[in-house]
Each structure stands twice: as C-alpha cells, then as structure tokens.
Design a protein around this ligand. Structure first.
Ligand SMILES: Nc1ncnc2c1ncn2[C@@H]1O[C@H](COP(=O)(O)OP(=O)(O)OP(=O)(O)O)[C@@H](O)[C@H]1O
Ligand SMILES: [Mg+2]
Length: 367
C-alpha cells in the first residue's frame, strides 16, 4: 500500500535541509577546496599561511568550503586556530577581535568594554607558537570601507607588533570588486590567492540536490520527475538555497497527503507558494520603510544605481543617505537584492533584482 501512516515519515533526517547544515557530500568544488587547502598548508607547519580571497555569486558554496576546511584543520592540528567571523552580524574591528579572543581564551572578553589595543595585544601574546587563521565571511556586507580596512590592517600587520605572530586571512565576498574598497596601505599588504566560485550548471545543481535528497529522505521517496522539476526551478532562480528549501517543502507536502512518494504534483503545490514563502521569510524581517524600498527596486524595470534609487526613495520617505544605505545593505544581507559596482564610475553601485519582480511584488502585497 502506498499510504503513509500518521506517525510515519519520508524524512530520514530533516536537518539535512537546513541551510546551515554542512553537506555530507560537497560536490563540484574539488578545485576550490584544494586551492584553499594549499593556501593553508603552511599553517600546519607553523608557518604563515597564504591569504585567500574567495569570491563568487550567492549560494556557490563559499561559506561551506571554508567551514569544511576549518573543521578538517581542527581535526588534524592543535597548532592552528581557525576563527570564523560572520561579518553580517559583526561590524567593527573590536567585534572581530572579541570573537578571536573568545575562540583563543574560551570565554568572551569583559563586557564592560576593553580598549582595543589591550584586547589586541592580549590575543597576540597568547598566540605564541600557534597560527591564527581568520575567515571574514561576507566581508562586502561591512558598511564602512574604513571598518574593512581597520580589520584587515590589524590582522595583517600583527607580526610587526609582536614577533613570531603568524596570521592568515580568508576574505569571502560576493562582490567581485571588493578589493577596490581596500585603501593603499591594506592593498599593499593583503596579497591574496583569489579563489573563484562560479555559479553551478544545471547538471551540477541536479547532482547537489539529489545528494541532499539521498541523505535527507528514505530511499526511493523522491520521484525523478519531481527532482527534475525542482532542478529546473532552482536553475531558473539561480539559487541553490531555493532548491534545498523546495525539497523539504515538497517532502512535507507529500506527507500531508499521506503519500510515500514525492511527485510532481507536490512540487507544483509548493512552488506555487514556495518562492513566495521563501521570500516572505526575508520580507518578514523588514520594517515598513524597508519594504517600501524593496517595492521601489522591484517596481522599476531599469537597473537603478544607488544614487538614483535614493532620489526615488526620498520622494516616499524623507531620510538621510547613511540610513538609506544601511537599509539597502539589509536588503542585500537578506539576499533580497544584489548590488554590484558599476564599471568606470568609481564607487557607484547598481542594484540588481534577485527574483522575478511579479513574485516579489505579490509577496509584498501580503503584508
Ligand atoms: N557544492 C555543494 N554541494 C552541496 N551543497 C552545497 C554546495 N554548494 C552549496 N551548497 C549548499 O547550498 C547552500 C548555500 O551554500 P553556501 O552558504 O556555502 O553559499 P555561499 O557561496 O556562502 O553563499 P552566500 O554568498 O550567499 O553566502 C548551503 O546550504 C550549502 O550547503
Ligand atoms: Mg556565505
């Protein structure tokens, strides 16, 4: 019988579909992993590693690659201290070093506020024979160029402050032109090996999603047709995260109708609402002003620059540029938009839509 009883499930392990779950199989990224491993190899011999710059569009495995390498390093060496810093939630030099402090000492620095230099030297002196490797994930989401430069400078110049200190930096960015935000003093010391993470092809997306399904569902639960449909939708959206989300939702949908198999009809049901739900989660985190800003981005057919968008937004809500820029970064943080530097004209950014405008505007209408 093809009926699923009330307490039965299609999921072998539902956590596999969490977006921060480290995948059991990391496919099609051998080259990037090898490059990263080569850069970090000197650290295992207590030498300074080669700095790396991981760049590529969203959902191309940058965070995953670095987390997997860090896990591996922690397994094989006590002489290397890998520290992962998420720059989406950490935004100052002080916070980055507080994170490093916590990793090295095992407890956070005093919360009453410790002067930066004191914190800095405490860390450097404690390193002694060990090599520190700091990953700065989503570095492009740090608002101020000044902050980016302060963080990098403090890390890269440390060996001049305390003898024998060895620190490597892995910067991760979706903005291909992040290096243009480095000032001259950082540019001249941040020599890095650039590791590019290209978007996945349709076949690669299929491999990755069927691997997820293999670890997440019981055998033969996902029909080939349903998988193909999810692969198509993911490829169209250009976002692997959507595919992982759709797998989980289609599984739940099949369970809801007590089926032992996930069929195309389940994907149809979830993708009708799926992309909208996926977006709704992001939109839920926005206040009304931010939603208004998102609406302008998706209501305009042309690609706007930050300056043009600011002008239009000012007609709706009167705010200053700094506040506006913070709101824009939040939209980027939540992956509702992308921004890229415009060629030629200095620091001007262009706002890119990440989703079909029809779906975004529809999702916005529900609020
Ligand atoms: N090659 C892969 N094999 C298996 N899973 C992958 C692969 N690449 C990405 N993923 C999965 O896709 C999701 C997004 O990957 P990840 O967070 O590493 O991307 P990213 O490049 O850091 O994206 P962003 O720039 O948006 O932060 C994660 O759930 C991750 O497990
Ligand atoms: Mg990431």
């Amino acid at each position: 019988m093809d009926i699923l009883w009330r307490d039965q499930t299609l999921f072998k392990n539902m956590d596999v579909f969490d977006l921060d779950h480290l995948p059991e199989e990391f496919l099609h990224r051998e080259q990037q992993l090898t490059q990263l491993a080569m850069d970090l190899k000197p650290a295992l011999r207590k030498s300074r590693p080669i700095n790396a710059l991981c760049i590529g569009p969203p959902s191309t495995g940058k965070t995953t690659a670095v987390k997997l390498i860090f896990k591996e390093i922690e397994n094989v060496s006590e002489d290397v201290i890998p520290v992962y810093v998420n720059c989406q939630i950490i935004n100052s030099r002080q916070q980055v070093f507080a994170k490093i402090f916590e990793k090295i000492f095992g407890y956070p620095p005093p919360s009453y506020g410790i002067p930066f230099l004191k914190l800095y030297y405490k860390i450097l002196e404690k390193l002694s024979e060990r090599v520190l490797v700091v990953a700065l994930d989503d570095l492009n989401l740090v608002i101020e160029d000044k902050t980016i430069n302060e963080i990098l400078y403090a890390l890269l110049k440390a060996h001049e402050e305390v003898e024998d200190v060895k620190i490597g930096v892995i910067a991760i960015s979706t903005d291909l032109r992040i290096a243009e935000r480095f000032d001259a003093s950082v540019g001249s010391i941040f020599h890095s090996d650039e590791i590019y993470f290209p978007p996945y092809s349709r076949d690669e997306i299929r491999d990755i999603l069927s691997s997820r399904a293999k670890f997440g569902f019981y055998p033969n639960v996902l029909s080939d047709e349903a998988l193909e449909m999810i692969v198509d939708l993911t490829h169209q959206a250009g976002d692997l995260r959507l595919g992982i989300y759709l797998l989980k939702m289609a599984g739940l949908e099949a369970e809801k109708r007590a089926s032992r198999r996930i069929e195309v009809r389940d994907v149809e049901v979830v993708c009708r609402d799926g992309r909208k739900v996926f977006l709704r989660k992001g939109i839920l985190a926005l206040n009304s002003a931010e939603r208004a800003l998102l609406k302008i981005v998706y209501s305009t057919s042309e690609e706007l620059t930050t300056g043009e968008l600011f002008k239009r937004f000012r007609k709706v809500i009167s705010i200053g540029y700094t506040k506006f820029y913070e709101m824009l970064l939040k939209l980027e943080n939540l992956r509702l938009i992308d921004t890229k530097f415009e060629g030629g004209r200095g620091r001007t950014r262009i706002i890119l839509k990440r989703y079909d405008p029809k779906i975004v505007l529809e999702a916005l209408r529900d609020f």
